[in-house]
Design a protein around this ligand. Structure first.
Ligand SMILES: Nc1ncnc2c1ncn2[C@@H]1O[C@H](COP(=O)(O)OP(=O)(O)OP(=O)(O)O)[C@@H](O)[C@H]1O
Ligand SMILES: [Mg+2]
Length: 277
């Protein structure tokens, strides 16, 4: 049994000792339509809890209690759904936009990122590319946008490009290709992080092309890269595939170009200047 929390609890809808969730409480105390009919004192009079089921400190009409209890249950269910989807997204880290240090790199426009975090681009099946040098916060920002997408009711999958390639190679070895592909096609938002880290294994272009082509104009994809798109052919080891991927991906993509130095070196820079001082 759970302790009542949320709306009903906070607004004093039930006493301290009650340890039921909203719907359980409704069921246990029978405060439904029939119970209200039975216990109502008549026209205009507030309903009373059924006999022998005195709720003590409630002091509210049963109808209001029922509403609060249901609201409570809905909040609990929504929280659980968000938690489940966050786990399924398999983010590397849980990042929140308010924790981003906007003063460190002024090439990143706060308003643009917050606009993207409203997830309107997902409604239009638009894509997004974040491109810039290592350590400038691309992975931070895309994971924060992903979390926001889940909070606004979407499903998300976060994978680094290496995960993508590994998933497809493994799947192929075990002859379950469609299963992995389905996993990549289903979410409202797919985030493919870390393009450009290093040369990708053979056939990476094929896998990536399949995913991008099948999601194109149907569902949103975010990619990040610390190498210019001109280098993608070399990275993938397949210039025609890279061209076909970019042709589709960039058709409806917003591009966020980041410049500046790595946040990873921030502390080192601070330490150096302290030493000098
Ligand atoms: N502006 C920032 N405010 C707070 N933390 C930041 C900021 N920028 C980066 N970081 C932190 O610095 C580290 C590197 O950032 P991140 O991994 O997001 O960079 P990246 O652009 O994805 O780099 P790479 O191209 O190497 O993947 C992370 O721990 C991240 O949380
Ligand atoms: Mg990164």
């Amino acid at each position: 049994m759970r302790r009542v929390r949320g709306a009903a609890h906070q607004r004093g809808g039930c006493g301290e000792g009650i340890t039921l969730s909203g719907l359980e409480a409704v069921a246990a105390f029978g405060i439904g339509v029939d119970a209200r009919r039975e216990t109502s004192g008549g026209k205009g009079e507030p309903a009373q809890p059924p006999e022998g089921r005195d709720l003590g400190s409630i002091g509210r009409p049963g109808e209001e209690f029922l509403e609060l209890a249901l609201q409570d249950e809905l909040v609990i269910r929504k929280d659980r759904l968000i938690a489940r989807r966050t786990k399924a997204a398999s983010f590397r880290e849980l990042k929140l936009l308010p924790d981003f240090d906007w003063s460190f790199n002024t090439s990143i426009r706060k308003k643009q990122i917050y606009d993207l975090a409203t997830c309107k681009f997902i409604e239009k099946a638009g894509d997004l590319l974040l491109i810039g040098p290592p350590g400038t916060g691309k992975s931070f920002l895309v994971q924060a946008i992903g979390l926001q997408a889940i909070r606004s009711g979407r499903t998300v999958l976060y994978r680094s490009i290496f995960d993508v390639v590994r998933d497809f190679l493994k799947d192929e070895a075990f002859a379950g290709e469609e299963k992995v592909l389905a996993r990549y096609l289903k979410p409202d938002l797919l985030i493919i992080d870390d393009m450009g880290m290093k040369q990708l294994p053979k056939r990476s272009g094929e896998f990536l092309f399949e995913v991008i082509m099948r999601r194109h104009e149907l569902r949103s994809t975010i990619m990040t890269s610390n190498r210019p798109i001109e280098d993608w052919g070399k990275l993938i080891g397949d210039v025609p595939s890279a061209t076909a991927i970019l042709d589709r991906f960039l058709q409806h993509a917003e591009i966020v170009t980041i410049t500046g130095r790595s946040y990873r070196l921030k502390d080192r820079a601070c330490r150096k200047s302290t030493k000098k001082g």
